[in-house]
Design a protein around this ligand. Sequence first.
Ligand code: PEP
Ligand code: MG
Length: 330
Amino acid sequence: STPAAQTGQVVAAETFAPTATGVMMNLGDPELAEKYSTLPADGIGLMREEFLWTTYIHEHPLYLIEQSHPETVVNMLANGIAKVVRAMAPRPVVLRLSDFKSSEYRKLKGGDKYEPHESADLLGWRGASRYYDPKYIDAFKLELAAVKKVRNEFGLKNLNIMIPFVRTVEEAQKVTDIIKSEGLIRSADFKVYMMAEIPTNIILADQFNQFVDGYSIGSNDLAMLILGCDRNNDTVAHLFDERNLAVKRAIRHLIKTAHKDGKTVSICGQAPSEYPDFTNFLIQSGIDYVSVNPDMVKETKRNVAHFEQRIMLDKATGRGLQDPVDYDWE
Ligand code: PEP
Ligand code: MG
């Protein structure tokens, strides 16, 4: 048949029903924000700050500070963030603050001088552990200054932040104290989230709750750390599976504990992008948002609408959805 474009025939665009569970997307290349903004996503659930550094800045933050270019860094970072946030407005964007591993930082210009050589940098100096460290805190403050600039000077209020790789409750306290003291105050229109990607985040969720507005499950790191299985090691790759019952129990426990204090839970690891069935499990567990890769947004939005309808029908008929495995850990 002749393509519609040639015959001048109008093809109705697919419409996507709103869903109770929000469907967000994970954005990689910030230059693609404009293009992907047309997707039916409810926002960006994960914008990794690392992509902004490798796309727009290319230099190690401590090197730039030593070269006394702090203003330039803040401007470059703020402009990069703003590009994404503006493209998505008014939908919310969650910017995850820096989570480079030391080997990745070393690839940025000048990085060699500041980075330790770690035998397992996935378990090393990354995420929250840098932010309050006297060796890194000035760079962290530049990250926060960029966020402030986007929100207050550019007026883009749909920008929220997320803290990655928080190992202890004390770290959550220290980092959120710094965020506050830099003038970024949690409110109805500014949310501070943390990744739930370390077993401590799950086991002590009742204690983490007070410091954040909610969580986004990092199923990549969480599965690695629950299963004791290096996510980048091909030899044990067959043992790496986010669908393992231990991971599912952890996720359900987190959602339950977070909801007790009115905190939201999202997921931005690869699990729902890779296994659409996993999304059904998450919905049955009461998750608030799922964030998937751009190429999975439409399919996920359709699946979520369909599955939510099935839940309603099953409730109405009293059949009840099957949830055969024991997901409760208490
Ligand atoms: C995760 O750990 O699932 C995650 C989304 O973060 P990253 O893959 O960047 O570690
Ligand atoms: Mg992670």
